[in-house]
Design a binder for this molecule. Structure first.
Ligand code: GAP
Length: 514
């Protein structure tokens, strides 16, 4: 745990030091769980968004984009169920005065048991080597079986208290498991209460005519209310999808873990409209497709896993998370939800307008079913950034901090470095920049010895350093250094555009999905 905390602290301080993420309004001592993206962060975030958008909208003929507003008619949220059901169960510790999500306390407790199981499995794997039969071990080892049973019992009871909204039962579960306050260890708990997560605001100039509004807690509803607009104007045939990225707001009870859980965050969501009865086929399809998208970034397949939901949201008939191995363990990165016809039907009912599709093949009207993919852009940022940050010991015994961002996402694709600040080398370097900058975000750096500049760019996440030396003046070649391997190659200046294009283009990276 201490090692995890240490790694996470390094991630946070590196993000600040290199202009990726700052605390919001820091000069006023900041605002809890609200962050600003700096000069590099804004680029990385934009590139992640673009990587998602291209894979969804550009690469799928039957998916189109949308940019709906954050403010929506307040009835939207009544229809969607968010006014009545978008709650988190909260509990306070009377001694430490700390507030927690009751479900998270129980889930964290269960995860600790899971970690013990995984430790036993890993130990046995090491001991038995190739002869190890993991399935057999999991089903016969006394400790593992007992712990798994305990976990299953916790899951069943947690699901029950949530589904039945049994708040006294929730408190009893916490007490029965003997869960203490993570800060103080105290077991002196208040009752569990429900807390609505939507932020309210007002629209209008005068107090009496102002209308109560909510800041959207998910971008999805903007897609649902525009379903027919897009379907008709785009002459879309089922199955088809509408994709959107944008800000969402949630008054999270416990906003923590840096940009993992924020009160203002960005989502990248896609609603895929299908014939009723075909939703499970597409649910499986999108689970696999989204997992492949994540894996295409090369952060390590072992860092992803699916988690099927025990408790379904009020709109879903199946749901799974793609979890990622963050510095604080496996947590939700993306949700894939089969939302049935819940939302469109509810909007039909509350608006009195039909939201149906005429299926020419079946010759009938119906409300489509929806499979949703929903990933947090900030969480993607944290996943990519935290897994890319490495400390390496080099062959000569020295060490370097390197941010091995996937080249397609890196804010700056190449730094152009004149070996010395004279003899016409800066002029040639600037000429190269003048050519490359039309297609790539490149930077110029002439300060300090070239070795220090390499280190600076390594820590900044720049995948390539192009060095202009005296030979460059004679034969129009430069060296290009790869951040990850530190290998240098001499290439013609005229080839730089195509080399960078090949290594950093969306095409190169997204074609791994095929
Ligand atoms: N439209 C469905 C929906 O909003 P969700 O599971 O509540 O589903 C989807 O959220 C994704 O949004 C999550 O997987 C996560 O990546 C991101 N997300 C949710 N709450 C967040 C928060 N408070 N801070 C940052 N990201 C969040």
């Amino acid at each position: 745990m201490a090692k995890q905390d240490d790694t996470f602290k390094k991630v946070i301080s590196h993000a600040k030091e290199y202009g990726y993420i700052f605390g919001s309004s820091e000069i006023y001592d900041g605002l809890s769980a609200v962050y600003d993206y700096g000069q590099n962060g804004a680029e990385l975030k934009k590139n992640i968004r673009e990587y998602w958008w291209k894979s969804m909208v550009q690469m799928h003929e039957n998916i189109v984009g949308l940019d709906a507003s954050i403010f929506m008619h307040p009835t939207t949220w009544k229809a969607s169920g968010h006014v009545d059901a978008f709650n988190d169960p909260l509990i306070d510790n009377k001694d430490s005065k700390k507030r927690y999500r009751a479900d998270v306390l129980v889930e964290d407790f269960r995860e600790k048991i899971n970690q013990k199981i995984e430790k036993d499995v890993a130990k046995a794997k090491k001991r038995f080597g190739d002869a190890f039969d993991e399935q057999e071990f999991r089903s016969t080892n006394g400790n593992v079986v007992r712990r798994q049973k305990q976990m299953d019992e916790i899951t069943t009871e947690l699901t029950r208290v949530q589904e039945e909204n049994d708040l006294p039962g929730f408190k009893k579960l916490i007490e029965d498991l003997d869960i203490g306050c993570p800060e103080s260890g105290s077991k002196n708990w208040t009752d569990v209460r429900q807390f609505n997560l939507m932020f309210g605001t007002k629209l209008g100039a005068s107090a009496d005519s102002a209308m109560d509004l909510y800041l959207r807690p998910e971008t999805a509803q903007g897609i649902f209310v525009n379903f027919l607009n897009v379907q008709k104007t785009g002459r879309m045939k089922l199955p088809f999808g509408i994709a959107q990225t944008g800000k969402a707001f949630r008054n999270e009870i416990v906003a923590r873990q840096f940009i993992f859980r924020m009160r203002e965050f960005e989502q990248m969501e896609m609603q895929f409209f299908v014939r009723p009865g075909e939703e499970m086929k597409y649910y499986e399809y999108w689970k696999e497709t989204r997992l492949k998208w994540h894996m295409s970034l090369g952060l390590g397949e072992e860092n992803y896993r699916f988690h099927d939901h025990d408790k379904l949201a009020h709109y879903a008939n199946a749901a799974a998370d793609i979890e990622f191995n963050f510095p604080f363990g496996f947590k939700e990165l993306e949700g894939i939800h089969s939302r049935t016809d819940f939302d469109l039907k509810a909007h039909e009912e509350f608006s009195g307008k039909k939201l149906q599709y005429f299926d020419h093949e079946l010759n009938e009207n119906y409300v489509p079913y929806v499979v949703e993919t929903s990933v947090g852009l900030d969480r993607m940022f944290l996943a990519v950034f935290s897994k890319s940050l490495k400390e390496e010991t080099l062959e000569d015994g020295s060490s370097r901090v390197v941010l091995k961002l996937p080249a397609v996402l890196a804010p700056t694709k190449a730094a152009i470095l004149p070996l010395v600040k004279k003899d016409g080398l800066p002029e040639l370097a600037l000429e190269i920049i003048g050519d490359l900058k039309w297609n790539f975000n490149v930077t110029y750096d002439e300060k300090d010895a070239v070795g220090r500049r390499y280190r600076r760019q390594d820590a900044n996440g720049t995948p390539f350093c192009i060095t202009v030396d005296h030979q460059s003046l004679e034969d129009k070649t430069v060296t290009i250094r790869d951040r990850d391997t530190m290998q240098q190659e001499r290439v013609a200046i005229s080839e730089l555009g195509s080399i960078l294009g090949e290594k950093t283009s969306y095409k190169t990276w997204l074609s791994k999905l095929k």
